[in-house]
Write a protein of this length. Structure first.
Length: 106
């Protein structure tokens, strides 16, 4: 099994929204120029020194957010997470109230 010689990049790097937008814009521009999407993400990621899968996921989510493909938008994901958190809190409060009711009834 051959091991690729990789540049030592920091793991778990956080990219700014501006960096993400730039990468998405470059991928879309390259797609338009070439008339194909084959290899565009990898080329842009290598040029910018970003991870290929990071850029791929940004482009995919941007396409969903812009309505180009189907899927759950970023705002919908955020709202779902908020509702799930609220649901957990309500279940916990309900459990406390049931326990208190049983205590005072007995």
């Amino acid at each position: 099994m051959a091991i690729k010689n990789q540049q030592s990049l920091p793991k778990g790097r956080r990219y700014s929204p501006e960096e993400k937008e730039q990468a998405v814009r470059l991928v879309r521009t390259l797609r338009d120029e070439l008339g194909t999407s084959h290899g565009t993400v990898q080329r842009v990621a290598e040029q910018l020194g970003y991870g290929v899968e990071s850029v791929r996921s940004w482009v995919k989510q941007a396409d969903i957010d812009d309505g180009l493909v189907g899927g759950t938008t970023t705002s919908d994901k955020k709202r779902i997470a908020e509702l799930e958190q609220e649901n957990r809190e309500l279940k916990r409060a309900n459990s406390i109230l049931k326990s208190a009711s049983a205590f005072f009834a007995g």
